[in-house]
Design a protein around this ligand. Structure first.
Ligand SMILES: Nc1ncnc2c1ncn2[C@@H]1O[C@H](COP(=O)(O)OP(=O)(O)OP(=O)(O)O)[C@@H](O)[C@H]1O
Ligand SMILES: [Mg+2]
Length: 261
C-alpha cells in the first residue's frame, strides 16, 4: 500500500502497510496491507496458522513488526514512545479466544478489574458501570458467580463485558465463538452486532474461521492467506467470488488450490 501520509483517522481505525513478521525462520506476515474502516464490523478470515492472531497482537502494539507500518488512526505505532503506546492500548478492548477470566474472582471482580487498574472511579461508580455493561451483555444475573459456575457462552459474555468496560474505541475479537454450540454461536454473533450498533463510534475487528458467522455479522471481510490479505469486500462479493482460493475456503471444500497439511 502506498501511503503518502498518515491515513484519514475518521475513515480508518487501523492501517497496516507492508507489514512483515518472522519468528525465527518462519515468515508469518508477508507484506500485510489492510485498512479497517471505522464504525463497522470487519471480519478477518483465513486458515489456521495464516497469522490472524499475530495480526491482532500487532494491531495493539503487543508485538512489533520487522518491517512496515501500523497506524492506529493517524498515529504510527513505531514512532510512539512508551507512554503513548500504553495510552493507545487503553483504546483497545480484546475478547480472547479462551475467555481468560481470573478463576479466583467473581464475574463482578473480573469485569471491574480494568477500571480498578486504569481509573480512579469510586466503588459506587465502578459498581454502576459494571452493572450497566453486564446488563448489555445479558449477564447481570451472574454478577456474583465464580467463573467455574459459568457455561462457555456465559464466560464469553463475561469476557466481552470486561473488554467493553472502559468503552474501547477498537474492539478486537479472536475467534469469539470457538467451542460454542450453534445456538450460543448465533447468540454471541448477535451480541457482537448489538454491541457495535450500541456504540456507533466504535470499530469491531473479528477473527473467525466460521463462514456462517462471518456472513451473519460482517460489514467488510478480509481474506488472509499466507500472511497477506488476498481478497476483500462485502459479504455479497464473497458469496459470489470467482477466486478459487476464496471459493474453496468459503465452501469448505477439500478439492481446490489449498492443500490439507
Ligand atoms: N510468539 C510466537 N513465536 C513463534 N511463532 C509464533 C508466535 N506467535 C505465532 N507464531 C506462529 O505464527 C503462525 C501464525 O500464528 P497465528 O496464531 O497468528 O495463526 P492464526 O491464523 O491465528 O491460526 P488459528 O486460526 O489456528 O488461530 C503460526 O505458525 C504460529 O506458530
Ligand atoms: Mg488464531
Amino acid at each position: 500500500m502506498d501511503l503518502t501520509g498518515p491515513p484519514d483517522p475518521d475513515a480508518w481505525a487501523l492501517t497496516f502497510s507492508g507489514v512483515h513478521k518472522r519468528f525465527g525462520k518462519h515468515h508469518v506476515l508477508r507484506g500485510l496491507d489492510m485498512q479497517i474502516p471505522r464504525g463497522k464490523i470487519t471480519v478477518i478470515i483465513g486458515r489456521s496458522g495464516t497469522g490472524k492472531s499475530v495480526t491482532l497482537k500487532h494491531a495493539m502494539g503487543l508485538v512489533p513488526p520487522d518491517e512496515g507500518q501500523i497506524w492506529v488512526g493517524d498515529r504510527e505505532l513505531g514512532r510512539m514512545g512508551s507512554a503513548e503506546k500504553r495510552a493507545i492500548r487503553l483504546r483497545f478492548g480484546m475478547v480472547f479466544q479462551h475467555a481468560a477470566l481470573f478463576d479466583s474472582m467473581s464475574v463482578f471482580e473480573n469485569v471491574a478489574f480494568p477500571l480498578h487498574e486504569h481509573t480512579k472511579l469510586s466503588d459506587a461508580d465502578v459498581r454502576t458501570r459494571v452493572e450497566s455493561v453486564l446488563g448489555d451483555v445479558g449477564l447481570l444475573f451472574a454478577i456474583d458467580k465464580q467463573p467455574d459456575e459459568l457455561s462457555g457462552g456465559m464466560k464469553k459474555r463475561a469476557g466481552l463485558a470486561r473488554a467493553l468496560i472502559h468503552t474501547p474505541e477498537i474492539l478486537l475479537y479472536d475467534e469469539p465463538t470457538t467451542g460454542l454450540d450453534p445456538i450460543l454461536t448465533a447468540a454471541i454473533d448477535q451480541l457482537i452486532v448489538e454491541t457495535q450498533a450500541r456504540n456507533p463510534g466504535m470499530t469491531s475487528l473479528v477473527v473467525s474461521h466460521d463462514m456462517q458467522a462471518t456472513f451473519r455479522i460482517a460489514d467488510h471481510i478480509l481474506f488472509m492467506h499466507e500472511g497477506k490479505v488476498i481478497a476483500q469486500g462485502g459479504p455479497d462479493a464473497f458469496r459470489e467470488t470467482d477466486d478459487p482460493l476464496v471459493r474453496q475456503f468459503v465452501e469448505g471444500r477439500l478439492d481446490g488450490p489449498m492443500a490439507v497439511e
